[in-house]
Design a protein around this ligand. Structure first.
Ligand code: SF4
Length: 334
């Protein structure tokens, strides 16, 4: 068991993210270890909910993998704890954040469902992070249970109190995320309650999201852009809509993949393997984008020491690239 755990991969990306730029993902839990069972969860249903903290994987192994990823010198705008469940369930999260801060100046972000912030050791553990993105999808007990399906012991009023307390203690930025599900937590009274809770918590931003990727429950439906804009208006100043409606559920973000390949190739020649591991995509997903970029003369292909590398185009190729890129954009959007 220990051998399997030590062999686990804790790093993914850097993946292009609308909110965090190129985000190096750090996953410190076994698959779907969570205190919630949200109806919109992209990881599917939570088999066994847990609020028990533990040392699920070795910190030494996680830190070694983070160091290796940083040493690859790929563009990384943030190092983000997220992934297979609720990261604050790992008892070493504070230690991991502090060690990363000694290793690099890249800002550290933690995505959390907020349920463990009621515990003082968890709030203290997060103090060294730069940005915390806590979730709060509802402010009333009934709606909270409907959308997040938490452990019976978890009360939303306690979470709101803990978030307000954490705001006073934490020096970094707090971006409160609200995931909205049509007909579940989007009624005018739900939004009114959320607004009151937000006024108490005073986050730096409120980021409104909806169900774009395949959810745990098929019936969990997204809100329209119009409905989200109305809620943003109702919530006032700090709220913004962060969902990218250009992505269809389950489909890769084509423009992001191409941009990510270009960003990598511009820094240094990269192999196909560099790109697939950085983007967390399969070879068959990446290859067509490489061929497109080669056709548009945005990159060139070189063989060196028996290995194929992708790099910026040669000077003769560069003359035509701008025009072709524009036509490529038209193709992408069609
Ligand atoms: S808190 Fe996150 S990981 Fe846990 S069930 Fe909800 S969406 Fe999934």
């Amino acid at each position: 068991m220990l051998k399997d755990q030590e062999a686990a991969s804790h790093i993914y990306g850097p993946v292009p993210s609308r909110r965090l730029g190129f985000s190096l993902g750090v996953d410190i839990l076994p698959s779907k270890t969570c205190s919630f069972d949200c109806v919109y969860c992209q990881l599917g249903r939570t088999g066994r909910k847990s609020g028990r903290r533990g040392r699920y994987f070795s910190s030494r192994d996680i830190l070694r993998q983070i160091k290796e990823a940083i040493n690859k010198n790929q563009r990384t705008d943030h190092i983000t704890f997220s992934g297979s469940g609720e990261p604050t369930l790992h008892t070493e999260i504070g230690n991991l954040i502090r060690k990363i801060k000694k290793m690099t100046e890249i800002p550290v972000v933690v995505l959390t469902n907020s349920s463990l912030l009621t515990r003082r050791p968890v709030r203290r553990a997060l103090m060294a992070a730069d940005i915390i993105v806590p979730s709060l999808d509802a402010a009333t007990a009934a709606t909270f249970r409907r959308v997040n399906r938490p452990l019976p012991s978890v009360q939303v009023k306690d979470i709101i109190g803990a978030l307000a307390l954490f705001r006073r203690e934490f020096q970094g930025r707090i971006w409160l995320e609200v995931m909205l599900v049509k007909g579940i937590n989007d009624s005018p009274s739900d939004i009114k309650s959320l607004k009151r809770a937000i006024a108490r918590i005073r986050p730096d931003k409120v980021q409104l999201n909806t169900v774009v990727r395949p959810p745990a429950e098929k019936w969990a439906q997204p809100l329209s852009r119009r409905a989200l804009d109305k809620i943003k208006k109702d919530l006032g100043g700090r709220a913004e809509v962060v969902v990218d409606f250009r992505r269809r559920p389950g489909s890769p973000a084509v423009s992001d993949i191409r941009r990510a390949i270009l960003a990598m190739a511009e820094r240094r020649p990269v192999t196909l393997e560099d790109i697939t591991s950085s983007l967390g995509r399969k070879e068959k997903e990446v290859r067509p984008h490489l061929e497109t970029l080669l056709r548009w003369q945005r990159i060139s292909r070189h063989k060196h020491g028996g290995t194929i590398y992708y790099a910026p185009p040669q000077p003769a190729q560069k003359r035509k690239k701008s025009l072709r890129w524009e036509s490529g954009r038209a193709e992408k959007n069609s």
